[in-house]
Design a protein around this ligand. Sequence first.
Ligand SMILES: O=C(O)c1cc(C(=O)O)c2c(n1)C(=O)C(=O)c1cc(C(=O)O)[nH]c1-2
Length: 286
Amino acid sequence: MTSALPAFPAPPALDTLLTPDQLEERLRAIGAERYHRNHPLHKAMYAGELTREQLQAWALNRYYYQAQIPVKDATLMARLPTPELRREWRRRIVDHDGTEPADTPATEGGVTRWLRLTRGLELADSYVTSLEGLLPGTRYAVDAYVAFVRDRSVLAAIASSLTELFSPTIIPERMSGMLRHYPFITEETMAYFKPRLTQAPRDSEFALAWVRAHARTPETQAEVIGALEFKCGLLWTLLDVLDYSYGRGVQGPAQAHIPPGSFVPEGYVSAIGGKPTQHALLSPGA
Ligand SMILES: O=C(O)c1cc(C(=O)O)c2c(n1)C(=O)C(=O)c1cc(C(=O)O)[nH]c1-2
């Protein structure tokens, strides 16, 4: 039995056909307006206005995005029709999952590098990877990305990765702001981000060229625009749910709405009651 309503209906066609340059201009305008670089929580983060516990919550939740990116890419790769496209997507999976120690070159993947950040913030790997303390909103938003690339056209799926066109703007401001403002953040804990500065432009240039070449009707151009809007909304939502759940700065605990079962930092207990998630933290000396 097929369901009556598609999970992600295609948006209505554009009124006019855009040239590839006009389409790219539209996509860049969407990024300038909607990318999570403009989210108030991102700005507060690199301005040094968050507490260590709020950064723990961010890193813990964003781990799920990192962990599901290779799942998303493998889902898409299975749908790609040519060896050239599959090779391109295979490299993305290797970037995130790494290679075997015996492989040449043996590379650490992005998911493992993310754990350096969560460890630097004193979260235990076992707690982070168990996904136990995730906010439900994080889980729904990230799962929607995997479902989107599974259910929509290959063109829309490829276009949904185009937020990476804009990540080279957000990563340097996040890295330098965090290193400057938080004494417990070091180059080592931020190691995840450096390789992304070369990986993201390479990946997004390929995806952009492919989209420019293949979105040549008002229908497909609308799909591409809709895919990028969907993805910007997803990244925005990841920050919205953190903001709502943990608040910002020293006022955070008084503003917090932590859902039952999600990570409860020690500093939130007097405001919200309940118990802190002690097993979330590295044991001293670990
Ligand atoms: O730090 C960021 O703000 C940021 C943003 C994005 C993005 O724009 O989707 C990605 C990443 N990082 C990232 O690290 C990453 O591996 C990644 C993969 C993808 C994707 O859609 O395939 N986006 C992103």
